[in-house]
Design a protein around this ligand. Structure first.
Ligand code: NAP
Length: 273
């Protein structure tokens, strides 16, 4: 391994859940540009096909994996498709997730009245939606005693962000799950199996656009608060997650497991004063 190939993902196979989304698709394109063959996993096959096409047009290799991260049978079918086409799985990015509006304390809704169903839904999507793919694709990695799982946490995991009660609990659980699984896999299946997380700061996504930006693209009050608490003074660009995703996927991070890396323009470092 030379310095030049340290970050290469040549001959590696990656699966990105939520590869149809804003952050997942950017990371999928980034892994492909680093040499990986990438499975784009999501429920929207057409959107996955768009991402796969963009990767192929840039000279990479990609596959559409239509699956719900909460459906074990669909995940197993996706695993079968990847393994039979490409021989294994080296990298899993669990980027499917997000908030559920009804699990948010906003307007007239107090914490005391937030619905149980909405809370369960947001916990299920973010936590179970990362645990299940880690079981299904991680098993293939364990058989070969090699692989890298990358979960997607959030700023809400470590600091209290107002309103998002269910989402925050779910992402805090992701941080814990990341550390737990890192220990489990390294101890039982060998040091080449790693589990880490990226905690993105604030990026304009499909789900949070209306929360952060007005129709004329000026900042909402919440958007302004976020930018004011981000020392770099702006939102992130999805492509700015690629460097960390490639690093954690590659041999450059071969002694790194159980960490949560903020990519946040300094948000988590800042006290606000
Ligand atoms: N944007 C931000 O500022 C930010 C900050 C911190 C953390 N995050 C986290 O980063 C991740 C990606 O967020 P994003 O902003 O890229 O959101 P996004 O554009 O909405 O992407 C999320 C993706 O998750 C997929 N998904 C949702 N439910 C699914 C299910 N049951 N099965 C399979 N896929 C499912 C959706 O794909 P399909 O509809 O095709 O299934 C969607 O494309 C999330 O975990 C989010 O919480 C985002």
């Amino acid at each position: 391994m030379t310095q030049a190939t340290l970050f290469s993902l040549q001959d590696k196979v990656a699966v990105v859940t939520g590869g149809t989304g804003v952050l997942g698709s950017a990371m999928a394109r980034g892994l492909a540009a680093a040499g990986a063959r990438v499975g784009i996993l999501g429920r929207r096959a057409e959107k996955a096909a768009d991402v796969a096409r963009a990767i192929e047009e840039a000279g990479g290799e990609a596959m559409v994996l239509r699956a719900d991260v909460l459906d074990r049978a669909q995940l197993e079918a996706a695993r079968e498709a990847v393994v039979s086409a490409w021989g294994g799985v080296d990298v899993l990015i669990n980027a499917a997730g997000g908030n559920v509006a009804a699990a948010t304390v906003v307007g007239d809704l107090t914490f005391f009245k937030v619905g149980q169903e909405a809370l369960e839904q947001v916990l299920e999507l973010n936590l179970m939606g990362s645990i299940l793919p880690s079981q299904v694709f991680g098993e293939v990695m364990a058989e070969r005693a090699s692989g890298s799982i990358i979960n997607i946490s959030s700023m809400a995991a470590q600091k209290s962000l107002t309103r998002v009660v269910g989402y925050s609990a779910a992402k805090a659980a992701i941080d814990n799950f990341t550390k737990w699984l890192a220990v489990e896999l390294a101890q039982k299946y060998g040091p080449s199996l790693r589990v880490n997380a990226i905690a993105p700061g604030f990026f304009i996504g499909e789900q949070n656009r209306a929360l952060l930006l007005n129709e004329d693209d000026s900042l909402t009050e919440r958007g302004r608060l976020i930018v004011d608490h981000t020392p770099m003074g702006r939102f992130g660009e999805p492509e700015e997650l690629v460097g960390t995703a490639v690093w954690l996927s590659s041999d450059a991070a071969r002694f790194v497991t159980g960490v949560v890396v903020p990519v946040d323009g300094g948000f988590s470092a800042f006290s606000g004063i």
